[in-house]
Design a protein around this ligand. Structure first.
Ligand code: DAH
Length: 372
């Protein structure tokens, strides 16, 4: 039979004690029946509801109905009973909270605990961090910039004049509805991390040495070696008397730190609007060691049997670029510098022998957990 609050006729100490004990015992018994969240709610309501909950009834029936001379003692008993009931309900709530993480209906303490697998660093993030760390050891600091960029920073200040054909080499994704703005203010998804060169030089006076990791976008349909979103690391060093020799020494050191001390580097002339002269840096293939061949004379695929792998673009900062930040101490007659930019995803593909860049971005745990 469910407990109901009795009317009291006898207000002797013994009778009050008995009534209070019965009340708390009933509450304890009901608390032990609580299993689910719903049980807990109806249990709490039954006892605590302001309107006609058991404690309210205790108050109304016992205290309000007490003869004058028994009021004080009844008040004390009622308060004790209330505190005891509140305590029981509190415990039931805590227990319920513990149970809800283990099982809904009962707790089997012999079951194994809940395993929370520790995540692994994403191979692209890891490669990026390792490259950045190599340059940090050389005294470079890290800079970042926005992914949504203006035409000015992405192109114009990097010496891609409006309508220059070099812009066509980067299949740019433009933000829609910008036609009313002057061209240099129009927004786009940055196609490279190079705009942060300008942003940093606007803020910091020379000398500077920075590396800039970040996400970039191009309108390239996804395939095994292309993704419309990918990652780059840019580098920039500006000071007085920086030479191409500094560029070669720095990058040769960095490649050995990244791919092993036996790799050789080699520079081939190239073109970028923001560097002059410009070059592409190649390293001896770290898969075949530069022979172009794998075991049993099999052709080495990553270097296309040439023994060399292109890793980045670089060059001496074009004086036209310094002109855009001249007022912040970058007078091209006084300072010189070098810059470089590399694709992190491509390097991660080579480093981990992954043959499809899409795997990096599909979030498939079976792929990612191999890097744990
Ligand atoms: N921004 C170039 C690209 O995305 C890469 C690059 C080349 C960056 C030469 C440089 C550089 O800083 O000097 O293709």
């Amino acid at each position: 039979m469910a407990y109901t609050v009795p009317k009291l006729t006898d207000y002797s100490t013994e009778a009050l004690e008995k009534a209070a004990d019965e009340c708390t015992a009933a509450c304890t018994a009901e608390a032990s029946e609580v299993r689910t969240e719903a049980d807990l709610k109806s249990f709490r309501d039954r006892w605590m509801a302001r309107k006609n909950g058991i404690l309210t009834q205790v108050n109304d029936l016992w205290l309000k109905g007490a003869p004058k001379e028994a009021k004080r003692e009844t008040g004390i008993r009622v308060n004790e009973a209330k505190a005891a009931v509140a305590d029981i309900i509190d415990k039931a709530e805590h227990l319920r909270l513990e149970l809800s993480t283990a099982a809904t209906d009962s707790l089997d303490i012999s079951l194994p605990g809940i395993r929370r697998p520790i995540g692994a660093e994403h191979p692209v993030a890891r490669t990026s961090r390792e490259i950045v760390a190599v340059f940090q050891k050389l005294g470079y600091s890290v800079a970042e910039g926005p992914v949504v960029e203006t035409d000015y920073y992405n192109f114009e200040a990097l010496n891609f004049p409006p309508n220059h054909p070099a812009r066509d080499t980067q299949d740019t994704l433009f933000i829609a509805g910008q036609e009313a703005k002057p061209q240099r203010e129009r927004l786009l998804l940055r196609t490279h991390t190079s705009p942060v060169q300008i942003r940093t030089m606007e803020k910091m006076r020379p000398p500077i040495r920075i590396v800039i990791p970040g996400t970039v976008h191009r309108n390239d349909p996804p395939d095994a070696s292309h993704s419309p979103m990918f990652h780059q690391i840019e580098g920039l060093a500006v000071d007085t008397n920086i030479t191409f020799g500094d560029l070669k020494g720095t990058l040769d050191h960095a490649m050995k730190a990244l791919f092993g001390s036996s790799v050789k580097t080699h520079f081939r002339p190239s073109f970028f609007p923001f560097t002059e002269p410009s070059a592409e840096l190649y390293v001896t293939c770290f898969i075949c060691g530069g022979s172009g061949k794998r075991e049993g004379d099999a052709p080495c695929r990553p270097c296309k049997q040439t023994g060399w792998i292109e890793v980045l673009g670089c060059g001496m900062v074009d004086p036209n670029v310094f002109e855009f930040v001249k007022d912040n101490g970058y007078d091209p007659k006084k300072v010189s510098g070098f810059a470089f930019g590399m694709g992190v995803d491509r390097l991660a593909l080579l480093k981990y022998g992954v043959d499809d860049i899409q795997l990096f971005f599909q979030g498939d745990v079976r792929f990612l957990e191999q890097f744990g």
